[in-house]
Design a protein around this ligand. Structure first.
Ligand SMILES: Nc1nc2c(ncn2[C@@H]2O[C@H](COP(=O)(O)OP(=O)(O)OP(=O)(O)O)[C@@H](O)[C@H]2O)c(=O)[nH]1
Ligand SMILES: [Mg+2]
Length: 460
């Protein structure tokens, strides 16, 4: 597909660098090279060749920069259409000036992600791969980067296509049954069909379950430090960060706003949030701070509930514990350097089975911090040392699409088991197929596509 308009943008970040790249894609890419580049090569610009020369202003012929240009003839280019790349000197003004010259030849500014969107619409990439481009750019951890590279290479797409193929096969069998009369032996094959459906459902669910790890690797994880005032939350944040980021005082209610910083825990970026102490608020400022804590807790992946080990468990502590029990929770008893009053037995009855044992630390002096970080790592990766799956999904809409697909198949299976006529069973399988297709962009609604590409930067 060629689009009517040629688009152009600076593809490198703003600021000063060795080289800055301008990207141009569309039907007039080669014409633009002919208008702006000197000396003109004999004949024409050849695809996949690099030319050294100057860019001139199309209005005054003034030399704007000394550059390298590369021309890529569609469909053998990133977008699938004719593409020109101009490597300029990497200064913001020079890039702006050359880009304006490109606009003077009739190209228009590219929207966010529009190059990749064109690549997708020209079938150079499917949606899972297009998303992987963004994940590669944004990768924060090595495992996250490796997963995104695999996804761009087509590993997720291959797996989804393989499941689709099985579903299409199933559908063919079910649709064939529509053409036969009821006593034609459909009953005999349906047992086999049921177990094939179950197998496919298993595969889809297994892929959906990789979302938790995929997301951790892609985005890191959010951990909120919560507790009563003065138990040492800010001291713990400072200790884990290795710097005095948050104010610590003996006055309860010191922290009002939340403070968020990222620390590396075993290669996983953990966004740690220090919060206001939770108690009945004394004024509107404190109330606002406490409201924020509950907001942050809603989206937290895990909670460090901090208690003061040198004091008895209070009624407020117990209330907080009860409210947080639904989250992955680590109980931390601070101030281990002082005589200890908080008895772990008093906690046991309050916690559900399987809660990891409380950890005693001294945020002030650093005791127990290693134990705390390794317990946190174990909490995040439910099975310690768990191997990461080969193919992971990193985006929520992918998980939702998989769940929708599995649900459709489950309905098909129970329909079949209950003797529903094959026409209706086929409808459910069609829905399951469509849902699966959303991951690779076969059936993705346009507004979802637009939202996805709007997350890209300009020039990608
Ligand atoms: N002895 C001892 N004192 C500590 C320890 N951790 C914190 N403190 C002291 O406890 C007091 C409160 O510490 P903060 O870190 O400000 O407590 P907080 O939970 O952030 O308090 P708010 O912001 O008011 O909710 C300060 O005087 C700290 O020095 C510890 O491990 N041992
Ligand atoms: Mg504080």
């Amino acid at each position: 597909m060629t689009f009517g308009e040629t688009i152009a943008a600076i593809a490198t970040p703003t600021g000063i660098g060795g080289v800055g790249l301008i990207r141009i894609s569309g039907p007039t890419a080669r014409e633009i090279a002919q208008r702006l580049f000197r000396p003109l090569p004999p004949g024409n610009f050849l695809s996949h060749h690099l030319y050294h020369g100057k860019i001139i202003s199309p209005t005054t012929d003034a030399i704007l920069d000394e550059v390298l240009v590369a021309f890529f003839k569609g469909p053998h280019s990133y977008t699938g259409e004719d593409t020109l790349e101009i490597s300029c000197h990497g200064g913001p003004l020079i890039l702006r000036t050359v880009l304006e010259a490109v606009f003077q030849t009739g190209a228009r500014p590219a929207e966010r992600g529009e190059f990749t969107q064109r690549a997708f619409l020209n079938n150079r990439l499917d949606l899972a791969q297009a998303e992987a481009v963004l994940d590669i750019i944004n990768a924060k951890t090595r495992p996250g980067l490796a997963a995104a590279i695999d996804c761009l290479g087509g590993k997720l797409s291959e797996q989804v296509e393989a499941i689709r193929a099985e579903m299409i096969d199933l559908l063919a069998g079910i649709e064939a049954a529509i053409d036969f009369s009821e006593d034609d032996g459909v009953g005999e094959t349906s047992g086999e069909t049921l177990s094939r459906i179950s197998k496919v459902v298993g595969k889809i669910i297994a892929l959906a379950e990789t979302h938790r790890q995929g997301r951790i690797y892609r985005e890191g994880i959010g951990v909120v430090i919560a507790g009563r005032p003065n138990v040492g939350k800010s001291s713990l944040l400072n200790r884990l960060l290795g710097e005095n980021r948050a104010i610590v005082t003996p006055i309860p209610g010191t922290t009002r706003d939340f403070i968020e910083e990222t620390v590396d825990i075993g290669g996983i970026p953990v966004r740690l949030t220090d919060t206001a102490g939770l108690r009945p608020p004394e004024n509107a400022i404190e109330q606002a701070g406490i409201d924020l804590v509950w907001e942050r807790l809603k989206t937290a992946d895990a909670v460090l509930l901090l208690l003061d080990g040198s004091a008895d468990l209070t009624a407020d502590d117990q209330k907080l514990l009860k409210k947080m029990i639904s989250k992955p929770l680590l109980l931390v008893l601070n101030k281990s350097d002082l005589p200890q009053h908080l008895n772990e037995e008093s906690l046991r009855g309050l916690l559900p089975e399987g809660t990891p044992p409380a950890i005693r630390i001294s945020a002030k002096y650093g005791d127990g911090i290693d134990r705390l970080t390794s317990a946190l790592r174990d909490l995040l990766f439910a099975t310690p040392g768990e191997e990461s799956p080969k193919v992971m999904i990193a985006h929520l809409y992918q998980k939702t699409a998989l769940e929708k697909s599995a649900a459709g198949l489950v309905r098909a299976r129970s329909g079949l088991a209950n003797g529903l006529s094959p026409e209706f069973v086929a409808i459910e399988v069609h829905e399951a197929l469509d849902a699966l297709g959303e991951i690779i962009g076969r059936t993705t609604p346009e507004e979802v596509l637009n939202r996805i590409f709007a997350n890209f930067c300009i020039g990608k």
